[in-house]
Every structure is written in C-alpha cells, then in structure tokens.
Design a protein around this ligand. Structure first.
Ligand code: TRP
Ligand code: ZN
Length: 867
C-alpha cells in the first residue's frame, strides 16, 4: 500500500496561465480514440513552466504556435506534462493524444458502457481525455467536434449548442458543439452511440424555447415520462422560487448503465445512472420515483449552483453540493410534504452523516487536505453542507436569506467561488436593508472547518408558581481524527412548550453562540411542567442529550404541533425499546406505552394522506442504535429489530388489519397519490408477516405479480426475513418477471444477498457468478455486496468470514474501479466500536485489504481505517 501525497487548501495558488478558449476534436474509432486539442493560453506569471495533467494518454504530437515540440522540449511522467520554455505572450498549444476507452473499467474519463461511449470528468477525469490543467478555477469557452462511424454512433453529443453537422467520407460523420458559457473541464461531457431520443419542450418565464431531449437505449423509451415531467417541474420551481432561468436552447439527459454515482450535472448534457431515469409505477417504487424526481432536480439546479457559479478548488466542493442538496430538499418539500421530507432527511442524516462524523473518516464540510478527491463526495460534504445552509435560512428568516442568494448569484455569476464568498454574500444580502445580522458570522463559519457532531446537553428547572421553565444548554463537540480541540458553534435552537392541548405560547428561537446558554420559556403555572419541544424541525444538526421521562415523550408524540418533534419522540421511545432488548433487559413499561400510542395513531387514521403516519411508525435505523451502544453488538441489535417487529405485529394486529382494509383503495392510485396508503400497507404486511399471519403472507405473495412495484417490493421486504417457502417462491416470481431489466434485477440481487439464511455467504458467492450479474456495473456490485453487508448475521459472523469476504471483494473491485471500491471500504469504519473479539477479526480483514496493491483512493480510506 502506498500513500499518495496530500493536497492542502493552504497551498492554493491560481494557475500560472489563463485558458480562455479550447477547441477539441475527438475522433472515435472502433478500437481507440484520438483527441486533439487547441488550448489558447495566456501567461499570468511569465517565466513559469506550463504544467498540464494527463493520465493513460499516449502523446502523438505537441506543438506551440504550430511549431512541433521535440522530445527534449518537455517531460511527461506521473501524470504531468511539463514544458519548461513557453512564450511570455499568448500562444496556442496543440496536443494530440491516443486513448483506449474500450478497456477503461474505472468509469472515469471516456469509457464504453454497452455500445455507448460516455464521459465522467468530475472531479479529475478530464485528464484521462486530453492534456489539460484540469482544475475547476480554469474556465474556458469550449468548442468540440466529434467524429465517428455513422452507423455505430448516429448520436454525437457534447455541451452547448450543435452548430455544425458534416459527412466525412462514406461511413463517417461529425458534429460540432459550441458552449457559450465558460466552464471548467469537470463539466465537459461527450456521448457517442446509438440512442433513442424522447423530445419535449419548455418555455422559460422570459419566453426562451428550450428543447428537452432524453436519450436512452432502444426499448427503454416507455420509461422516460417520469424523468421528463420531473425536469419540467424543476425548471419551473427554480424560476418561481429563485428567479433563475435556464440559459441555453437545449437540455440533454443521457441514461447510462455503468456509472459510479447517481448523476452528473455537465453543462446542458447531464449524464445519469440509468436507474435514476428509467421508471414508472410498474417498474419503480414510490420512494424511487421521488428520488428520481429529486436527482433530476438536483442536476438541473446545478446549472446555477455549480455551473454558472463553480468551485475555486475541490476544498469548496460543498459550495455547490451542499447548496444544491439544500435546493433539491426544498423542491421535494414544496411538491410533496414539508414535514415528511424533513423527517426523511433527518433520518438519513442521523444514519449516514452522524455515523461518518463519529468514525475514522470524519472530516469537515470544508476539509483542509485530501489525498484522493473522489473520497470526499461524502454525506458530510452533501448533507451536512445542506444543513449549514438551512441553518443560515433559519437564523435569517426566508426573506433575508433569499436576498443573500440574490447577492450571491449576482456577485459570482461566471466565476469560481469559495464557501467564504458564499457566506459573505448571504450576510451582505441579509443586512442590505440595514438590519443587523443577528449572530456572529465568524463563529458560524467554524461549522465549515470543524468536524464532528456537536452534543447539545439540556437541563431545566420548572417553577410551578410562575409557570416558567428555565432551560440551560451546553454544547460540546467530541474530538475527531486530527482535530482534538473543538470550539463552540452558532446553533439555532427552536423550542416551545407543549401541554395537553398542544403548544403553549410561541415558538422561541434561541441563537446559541457560546458553550453555554440559558432561556426562560413561559408556560401555565401548575405542578406538572409542560413538555419541552426542542430542536423543532431539527433546527441544527446536533445530538440532543436530554433526560425525558416516558410521560413527556408521550405528550410530545400526542400533542406537539411540530410533526418532526412528534416523530422524534416516537423515535426516542423506539430506540429505548430496541436498545434495551439488545441488552437483554426489555423495558415493558416503555414498550406497552409505545404500542398504545402507535395503536391510537393507527386507529385515528381516516384514510387521508398516510405518509406522516408511515413515517411516524417507521423504526430507527441500525446505525443510530450502533451509535448508542458500547461496545456495539450488531447481532444483538439485529435480533432486537426482528423481535420488536414481530411483537408489534402481535400487539397491533387488530388495528393493522383494519389499516390494511382502509389503505386498499390507495393501491392503484397513480404516484404521488396513494403513496401513503401503499407505505402503510407495506408496513402492516411486514409486521403481520413477522408475527406469523399466513393470510398476510399469501396476500404479499400475490402482490409480487401485481401492477405496483411499491407493493411488490413491500411484499418482498415482508417475506424476506422469513425462512419459508413463500419467500423463495416470491423471489423466484420476481426474478422471472424482471430478469431482462437490469435496473430492476439489481433490486432482486440486493434482496437475495440480504436475505437471512444459514448459507448466506455461499449464496452471495453464487450471485457474483450469476449469468445476469454484471461485475463492471457499480449498481450490481453495490446490490450484491451492499446487500451482503446488510445481511447482519452473515456479514458480522463472529468467525470473521463475512469481513474477510468483503475485504477480498473490495480488493478485486479496486483493481477495476477505484472510486467504487474506496466507497465500499468504508463498511469497516465502525471497527473501533465493537468488542475485542469482533474488532480482532475485523482488523485482520482490514489488514488483509491493506496488504493488497491498492489504488490511491482505496489506500487513503484504508490508511484512515488503520490509524
Ligand atoms: N456532481 C455530481 C452530483 O451531482 C457527483 C458525481 C457524479 C461524481 N459522478 C461523479 C463525483 C463521479 C465524483 C465522481 O452530485
Ligand atoms: Zn451535486
């Protein structure tokens, strides 16, 4: 294992040249590609050598102002081309390189996916296509000519507008694209292949006619309507909320089967993982439809937050990702339910980001250094980054926040900016009418540099005579790797008192800036204190440490007017129940009270939009519980989940059965209508099936062949934990029905791999050899290997067999695809929290991985796991 050198934020210097224009010519042949580029360069610091990046490129020729360079005029090694002597005046460098996209399995740069050639340049993939500085602060105007065989590549796409089409000889053709907006290389994209086009139109608020084109493989055309409709909704929302319009005449989206991430916002040519495009109610679940809508929106919103305003360097990644996640969260909230979306986002934050913040790969939203930038496309950069922006909005209020956004766009349009630029613009906009900011901006900025999840400890005293509740708060952030000492942060803490009849008095926003703060809330005099509703809407991404008696949680669950806090109260009780069961010390009083409260909620359901109820009933995630247990015993937690699911099925059977009757009317409604009823149906099936209700098992089995993917998958999820014939039958039916649709079959692979069975490891090995398993598709790898890590009993087997298996698989994936492998290596990040016996076998697996020849990406993660 060799560790790469670190890149440091403190070392940032602008590039020594400007690169106002690039002309690229991409010549595609059946076994190689030749790329020539003409870079118009202007020295900013004459005398400095020209250094460009290039990986896996064979240089055919180099010339400056048409004079060919000789081999002694330059050096090319370790991915760097250095030309020591270049003109002190503007000049043109022409480069010609040969590359082989057909044997590129990394899915970075230019690569083949099926019969298609496609690109992925973020973060540093363009250097695998052509010699270039490949840094986000070098913005150029691009012209791209693509030439290829007409029959194998009838479609030739790049960024901007198609300005010319030509025939070349008998069987070749070329298309030239011009992008009028200067952009960095990571936003370059190219697609060549035989694709089917679905076309639609959108007229912007100011009357621009935009042609919307979706490009998919033949046969996938019927599954594009949802993506197209989502795109139009996104365009409309950004106009009406941010006053931001689309700026070109065409917008292209291409669906690609082999893709490392979800999707990519290349200017006017988004490239999507096909699982985030192809969908309808029969082929995708409600949750997947919502996810597709939000990712289409995310990539579209990047056109402003990312493309028109880009990042100065990769330390600023959250400038575009945090902001764009925040924007897509608001979009989904506006189109569906604000409360349910907030609950979904917080559940996700707690189970992924909090977990990252508590482990060896913890890092700030703005890291100070990295080895491989691909490792920093994390939930901290994305989701915690979005929380920081949400806190700014909470602190300033929506109007002043929007004023700040206007200043940001107007001040930085067409440039590469930093997160400081962003925060300053928001502050300047918010204070433009003369109002003070209301909090310490420098302290707020600490959020960007300080890793770890703050712990907010709360104490209170009740004064029965005056009816005042005095609340004392204390904040502390635990140390994270490389950051022992932490400073206090600005925390917006929304609070209210809740009595039997609901909220008492107004909600208060406490802006906590120091380690300690205190606030007095006014309630009704009396002996029983009101319940404290704190961190309403999850107003800051922190852990709350507050002793809340059972009665108080029940009161919040019953009468808090903040749906997030109602949900949170139920979650708290469920966590107590599950943890106590995992420790073999069940809490009968809490269990009975929670069951009763849930029963009341279920009985009160009148057939309306059931999404809030479904959210309220959902169990907390495994990762949240692991954070509360020391040492972590995954097998005991898994057992607790199963036993509690079964117990709920037994205790709630009467109301769950009526719930099933009530929700049946929702089964056939078209998304988003009916999704609440379907979610409730799936929950009831799961709990009742766990409790052994055979009629429910039969009903679920029938749904696998039915018209709703949501119900089919809900049914499978209910049957999966049962080691019974119905499960095998249901899985076989699903397989037969969908075996020709890779996107859907991946769900089957994931379920097969996660199903508990005595020979689970063997089954997973078979899946990797399955004729329909595609080892080059990250979706399939994640399905099988991710499914296996969710198979708690098998992955966490105390003999270490599951860990060793994963280590082997990660090393194998790493030799083909470092980005996907290094993400997978994070499955070992909990190591230090297990007991000695489990730690020992997991360490052995990590060491086994460390002993293999690893990519820089995976080496960086493994190094963090072992220090
Ligand atoms: N910028 C992409 C987004 O919208 C992320 C992304 C897509 C990416 N593909 C990638 C990042 C490959 C690194 C490598 O979030
Ligand atoms: Zn993004």
């Amino acid at each position: 294992m060799t560790a790469a050198a670190s890149i440091r934020l403190a070392d940032y210097t602008p590039w020594a040249f400007e690169l106002p224009a690039i002309a690229l010519n991409v010549n595609i042949h059946s076994d190689h590609v030749v790329v020539t580029s003409r870079l118009s360069l202007e020295p900013r610091r004459p005398g400095e050598p020209l250094v460009l990046c290039g990986i896996d490129l064979a240089i055919e020729s180099l010339a400056i102002d048409q004079t060919p360079l000789q081999s002694e005029d330059y050096s090319f090694n370790d991915g760097r081309l250095t030309i020591p002597d270049v003109p002190g005046q503007p000049f043109v460098l022409e480069t010609c390189c040969r590359l082989d996209p057909y044997s590129n399995s990394s899915l970075e740069g230019l690569y083949a996916s099926g019969g298609l050639l496609s690109t992925q340049c973020e973060a540093e993939g363009f250097r695998r296509i052509s010699l270039h500085p490949d840094r986000p602060d070098v913005l150029s105007r691009w012209q791209v000519r693509i030439e290829a065989n007409r029959s194998s590549c009838p479609v030739l796409l790049s960024n901007g507008n198609a300005v010319r089409e030509e025939s070349v000889g008998a069987d070749r053709h070329a298309v030239t694209w011009d992008d009028p907006f200067p952009k960095p290389s990571y936003l370059f994209a190219l697609v060549a292949g035989d694709l089917r086009e679905i076309r639609d139109h959108y007229t912007t608020a100011s009357g621009r006619q935009v042609t919307l084109r979706l490009h998919v493989e033949e046969g996938d055309e019927p599954f594009t309507a949802h993506a197209m409709a989502s795109l139009k909704r996104s365009m409309q929302w950004d106009e009406s909320v941010y006053n931001l319009e689309y700026d070109l005449d065409e917008y292209n989206i291409v669906a690609v089967r082999h893709f490392n991430m979800g999707a990519m916002e290349n200017k006017s040519l988004n490239i999507f993982n096909s699982k985030l495009v192809l969908a309808d109610a029969e082929t995708a679940t409600d949750a997947e439809l919502e996810r597709i809508e939000s990712v289409i929106a995310h990539e579209y919103f990047h056109n402003w937050s990312g493309n028109r305003i880009t990042c100065r360097d990769w330390f600023q990644l959250s400038l575009k990702e945090g902001l764009t996640v925040f924007r897509d969260q608001c979009f989904t909230a506006a189109l569906h339910s604000e409360a349910v979306k907030r609950i979904e986002d917080v559940a996700m934050l707690r189970n992924t980001q909090f977990r990252e913040d508590a482990g060896p790969t913890a890092h700030p939203v703005k890291p100070a250094e990295y080895q491989a930038i691909d490792n920093f496309y994390t939930t901290t950069i994305y989701e915690k980054g979005a929380e920081l922006i949400r806190m700014l909005r909470t602190l300033l209020g929506p109007e002043r926040f929007m004023k700040g956004m206007e200043v940001y766009v107007q001040r930085f349009d067409g440039t590469a900016a930093t997160t400081e630029d962003f925060v300053q613009a928001i502050a300047d906009g918010a204070t433009s009418q003369g109002e003070p900011l209301g909090f310490d901006l420098d302290r707020f900025k600490r959020w960007y540099h300080q890793a770890g999840t703050p712990e907010l400890s709360i104490d209170r005293q009740w004064n029965p005579e005056s009816g005042e509740l005095t609340v004392d708060l204390h904040q502390a952030t635990p140390p994270t790797p490389g950051q022992a000492d932490k400073q206090p942060l600005v925390l917006p803490v929304a609070m209210a008192l809740v009595g039997k009849q609901g909220r008492v008095g107004e909600e208060q926003l406490l802006v906590m800036e120091a380690e300690r703060a205190s606030i007095t809330l006014q309630g009704q005099p009396g002996d029983t204190p009101p319940a404290l509703s704190v961190l309403r809407r999850f107003s800051a991404p922190v852990h709350v440490r507050l002793e809340q008696p059972l009665e108080e949680c029940l009161q919040l669950l019953a009468s808090d007017d903040d749906p997030f806090c109602r949900w949170d109260a139920a979650q708290r009780l469920a966590r107590q129940v599950l943890l106590a069961r995992a420790e073999n010390q069940p809490k009968p009083a809490v269990e009975a009270a929670l069951i009763q409260a849930l029963d009341q909620r279920i009985c009160a359901y009148d057939g309306g939009d059931g999404m809030d109820l479904a959210a309220l009933l959902a169990l907390p995630g495994m990762a949240e519980l692991e954070a509360l247990q020391s040492p972590v015993d995954p097998l005991a937690l898994d057992q607790a989940f199963r036993a509690w699911t079964q117990e709920m099925g037994v205790q709630l059977q009467t109301s769950l059965r009526s719930l099933l009757e009530l929700t049946r009317a929702d089964w056939t409604l078209a998304w988003p209508a009916g999704q609440g009823g379907r979610a409730l149906t799936a929950l009831a099936w799961r709990w009742l099936a766990a409790a052994g209700h055979t009629t429910v098992q039969a009903e679920a089995l029938a749904a696998v062949s039915g018209p709703s993917m949501t119900l089919a998958r809900g049914a499978l999820r209910a049957l999966l934990p049962l080691e019974r014939a119905e499960r095998e039958q249901a899985m076989a039916l699903f397989y037969e029905r969908w075996k020709d649709k890779p996107v859907i079959l991946d769900a089957w692979f994931a379920m097969e791999a996660s199903a508990p069975r005595s020979n689970a490891l063997e089954r997973v090995q078979q899946l990797l050899e399955h004729p329909r398993f595609d080892p080059l598709a990250p979706n399939s790898l994640r399905a099988v290997l991710g499914g296996f890590t969710a198979n708690v009993q098998a992955f966490h087997a105390i003999d270490g067999s599951g860990y060793r298996f994963m280590a082997e698989q990660i090393a194998a994936v790493d030799s083909r695809n470092p980005i996907t492998a290094s993400r997978m290596a994070k499955v070992f990040s909990r190591c230090a929290s297990y007991g000695p016996e489990r730690q020992k076998v997991m360490r052995e697996a990590i060491d086994q991985l460390a002993s293999k020849p690893l990519s820089a990406n995976t080496a960086e993660v493994v190094q963090l796991l072992t220090t």
